[in-house]
Design a protein around this ligand. Sequence first.
Ligand SMILES: [Zn+2]
Length: 313
Amino acid sequence: MGRVVIGVDLGGTNLRTAILSPEGELLERHKEATHAADGWARVVERLTENIKRLRDAAMGRGLEVAAVGVGAPGVIRGDKGIVVKSPNFPDWNNVPLKDQLEEALGVPVVIENDANAAALGEQWRGAGKGISSMILLTLGTGVGGGIILDNKIWHGADGMAGEIGHMTLVPDGRPCTCGNVGCLEMYASARGIVQSYHEALGNRASGSPITSEQIYDAARSGDKTAVHVMEEMGRMLGIGIASLINIFNPERIVIGGGVKEGWPLFIEATRKEIMKRAFEVPAKRTDIVPSQLGDDAGMVGAAAKALEQARTA
Ligand SMILES: [Zn+2]
């Protein structure tokens, strides 16, 4: 019987599951609302049902599920398979997700932080193919990060490494949801862009664009304020990336998330800032490219983890 894996992206909004071949081919997929407010027990139950349904579908194709990988938001103890805490699931405290799923499914399960999973996904099947040291930055509502060094996710002592969005850029800057002020996330996320635009307009702000997409549109049609806001955002991103380059000397930096839609509006400013600030040799060699997998990255990366688990088990 051929062996496959199941990858799961357990998001605060959507629950994505898929069957992947060992070569990373997506054989079957499913997406539904997570309903995080139903509480952790019901979410885990729904997740289990989804995985079982996919496993049945795999069996129907004569395929056996060798392992399941789950990407979940928040603080994950991957070694123990525990979701310690998650901003998207307020009632999740030390949920033993791996044990619960393994008991229900009878196959090995591996849990990874969602941003790290997305980095693994891009490395396996997307913009980081063949790259052993790369960093993924996901510029969405917030800013997520995953650091892969020599083909391994850098987890850190508490499994909390890679929080690139909370690198301090402005000592007395905008208050961040993490409790710090002046974090990269407050300037390079969709929310940060909207805030910058409103700040730039000052009391002329009434009736102005309210979404980041509208700001990209305004910039594309030549709105000077919007153009400037996007360049400043690019500059802040460049300051952050210059530090990453100096510290990690990655081969590639992959940028994903919704803000990627505004790519031509900020990337030049980002590159200029990097060349100004980072050491010349690593700055020149680091490719900065857009992500390729979009919303699939986390699910695909979780499957990559599952495959690794199945190989070592
Ligand atoms: Zn922060």
